[in-house]
Design a protein around this ligand. Structure first.
Ligand code: ADP
Ligand code: ASP
Ligand code: MG
Length: 461
C-alpha cells in the first residue's frame, strides 16, 4: 500500500467557519488517499499570541489576556456553526479553560521575566492546539473518523525555544507510534503544525511559518506518498504576489529551486520544508484551498526542461550588510575561517557572502545578533554596518547552463545600485543585494524582463 498523504492547511485556510468547511470538503473528497491533516493556527492568532507575550512582559498581563478574547471568540463562532452537541459543549468548555490558562501564563510571564522564553512557546502553542482540535471536531461532524493528536507527542525537538531543532529519529518514532496507529485503524489523524516538545516535556515551536516544516517532518516519518501544502495562492508564483499581483504561476519546481526560493523569502513555503522531503524523495505539492481542483505547483527531484532559464524571483527585506576590511589580513591563512566562526558562535546565519582584495561582506537577516558580533569582528579589521538592505534572488535550474541571465537581469535594473552579487554554489541562483527602498521596483522590473511580453514596438497606435 502506498504511503498516506500529508495535507497541511495554513492560517488563511482556517480563518473562519467557511474556511473550515472548505477544508473539510477537501479532506472528505480525499479520504481514500489516507490523509494526515496538519493545521496552522487560525489566521492572525499567532501574531496576537506573540504580541500578548510581549505586552505581558512589559507588565500588562491583564490587558494582554484581553486582546486574545476576540480570537478565542472566532473559535467559538466556528464551533457554533459547524460542530453539533455534545462535542460543541466539550470544546466550548475547553476554550474557556484555554482562556483561563492563557491569562495565568501571561501573569507568570509578567511576574517572573526569566520564564518568558519557555512560556512564550507554551502560550503561542495554543494557536495550533485549538485550531487542530476544532478541525478534528469539524471533520467528525462531517462523518469522517478524525482523531486529534497532540503534535507535541509527535514532533520532538531540542530545547531552543522559539526556534527549536527537530530530533529526526525521536520524531520519526513518536510520529509513527501516534499517527501510524490512527491510520492503521482507518482513522484520519489531525494535528497542529509549528509546535513540538523538548526532552523534558516543555512545549517548543519551530519558528514562524513552521507548520509547513511540521508537515514535512510528519510526511518523512510516515513515508508519505505526497506532502500537500494548502494555502491562499495557487501554488508558487514567479514573484511575491504582494509585489507583482499578476505574477505567473509555476507548474513545476525542482527541490533545489523550491529550497532556494523559500530560503530567499518566498513565504509560501517555510525554508526548512524541503529538507525532509528531499531526504526521502517525497513530492511536495502547493495548492490553493479556495481552488482545490487547480493543479498548483508540483515540487520533486526531477524537473522537466523548462522553456525559460529563470523560474522565479524571491526577495527578502530587513537585511543588514556587514563588511570587514583588513587590507593585509584577507589573503592570510585562517582569516576567512575566523570571520565565519564569529557568526557560527553566535548562531547568526549568513545568506550571501562576497570578497574583494581587501574586504569581505556578508548579509545578516537578523540584526539582533549584531551587538554580540561586532566586538569580535572588530578584532579582525575595520567593520562597516549598513542596515536597510534587501536580497533579491533569481532562481532556475536553467541558470547553470544558459549564459546571459546576469546580463539580462542587471540590464533590466541598470539604474539601481547593486551592492553585492553572488552566484550560488548550486549554480541555480543569481543573488544580489539592493537598498530596501528599491526592492519592490527591482522585483517588478525583473518579473517584467523575464516573464512578461515586451511592450508593443513604439510607432504604432
Ligand atoms: P499559510 O498561512 O497558508 O502558511 P503564508 O502566508 O505563510 O500562508 O504563505 C502564502 C503567502 O506567501 C501568499 O499569500 C503570498 O502572499 C506569499 N508569497 C510570497 N512569495 C510567494 C511566491 N513566490 N509564490 C506564492 N506566494 C508567495
Ligand atoms: N501559526 C504559525 C505562524 O503563524 C505557524 C504557521 O502558520 O506556519 O507562524
Ligand atoms: Mg506559511
Amino acid at each position: 500500500m502506498s504511503g498516506p498523504v500529508v495535507m497541511k492547511f495554513g492560517g488563511t485556510s482556517v480563518e473562519d467557519a467557511a474556511a473550515f468547511e472548505r477544508v473539510a470538503a477537501i479532506v472528505a473528497a480525499r479520504v481514500e488517499m489516507r490523509p494526515v491533516v496538519v493545521v496552522s493556527a487560525m489566521a492572525r492568532f499567532t501574531d496576537a499570541l506573540v504580541a500578548a507575550v510581549r505586552q505581558a512582559a512589559h507588565g500588562e498581563p491583564a490587558e494582554a489576556a484581553a486582546t486574545l478574547d476576540e480570537h478565542l471568540q472566532r473559535h467559538v463562532a466556528v464551533l457554533r456553526a459547524l460542530v453539533p452537541a455534545p462535542e460543541r459543549r466539550e470544546l466550548g468548555d475547553g476554550l474557556e479553560e484555554a482562556r483561563r490558562t492563557l491569562a495565568d501564563l501571561l501573569r507568570i510571564i509578567a511576574a517572573h521575566p526569566g520564564t518568558r522564553l519557555p512560556l512564550h512557546d507554551e502560550v503561542v502553542s495554543f494557536g495550533e492546539r485549538l485550531s487542530s482540535q476544532l478541525m478534528a471536531a469539524v471533520l467528525r461532524a462531517r462523518g469522517l473518523r478524525a482523531r486529534w493528536l497532540d503534535a507535541r507527542r509527535c514532533i520532538r525537538t531540542d530545547a531552543q525555544h522559539t526556534r527549536a531543532e527537530p530530533l529526526p529519529d525521536a520524531t520519526r518514532a513518536a510520529t509513527r507510534a501516534e499517527a501510524g496507529a490512527a491510520l492503521a485503524e482507518g482513522e484520519t489523524p489531525v494535528l497542529g503544525g509549528f509546535i513540538g516538545s523538548a526532552e523534558d516535556g516543555a512545549t517548543t515551536t519551530l519558528g514562524r511559518g513552521g507548520s509547513d516544516y511540521s508537515a514535512a517532518l510528519v510526511g518523512a516519518a510516515l513515508d508519505a506518498a505526497e506532502i500537500q501544502i494548502w494555502t491562499d495562492v495557487t501554488g508558487f508564483l514567479a514573484a511575491d504576489p504582494r509585489v507583482v499581483p499578476h505574477a505567473r504561476q509555476i507548474p513545476r519546481l525542482s527541490y533545489a529551486e523550491a529550497a532556494e526560493l523559500a530560503f530567499f523569502g518566498a513565504k509560501v513555503l517555510h525554508p526548512r520544508t524541503i529538507q525532509p522531503a528531499v531526504a526521502q524523495g517525497i513530492p511536495v505539492r502547493v495548492c490553493n484551498s479556495r481552488q482545490p481542483e487547480a493543479p498548483g505547483t508540483w515540487i520533486a527531484a526531477d524537473t522537466e526542461p523548462a522553456a525559460r532559464a529563470v523560474k522565479a524571483i524571491a526577495h527578502k527585506s530587513g537585511i543588514t550588510l556587514v563588511q570587514v576590511t583588513a587590507a593585509r589580513m584577507l589573503g592570510a591563512y585562517g582569516f576567512l575561517r575566523a570571520f565565519f566562526e564569529v557568526f557560527e558562535r553566535h548562531r547568526a546565519s549568513v545568506d550571501v557572502v562576497a570578497t574583494s582584495e581587501v574586504s569581505i561582506s556578508a548579509t545578516l537577516d537578523d540584526a539582533a545578533a549584531l551587538p554580540a558580533l561586532l566586538p569580535e569582528l572588530e578584532k579582525l579589521g575595520t567593520v562597516g554596518v549598513e542596515e536597510g538592505n534587501a536580497i533579491v534572488c533569481v532562481v532556475g535550474e536553467g541558470l547553470a547552463t544558459s549564459a546571459g541571465v546576469a546580463g539580462e537581469a542587471f540590464g533590466a535594473i541598470r539604474d539601481v545600485n547593486v551592492r553585492m552579487i553572488s552566484q550560488g554554489a548550486s549554480r541555480i541562483n543569481l543573488t544580489f543585494v539592493v537598498g530596501e527602498d528599491r526592492v519592490r521596483e527591482v522585483v517588478k522590473k525583473l518579473h517584467a524582463a523575464f516573464f512578461e511580453l515586451p511592450p508593443p514596438a513604439p510607432g504604432g497606435d
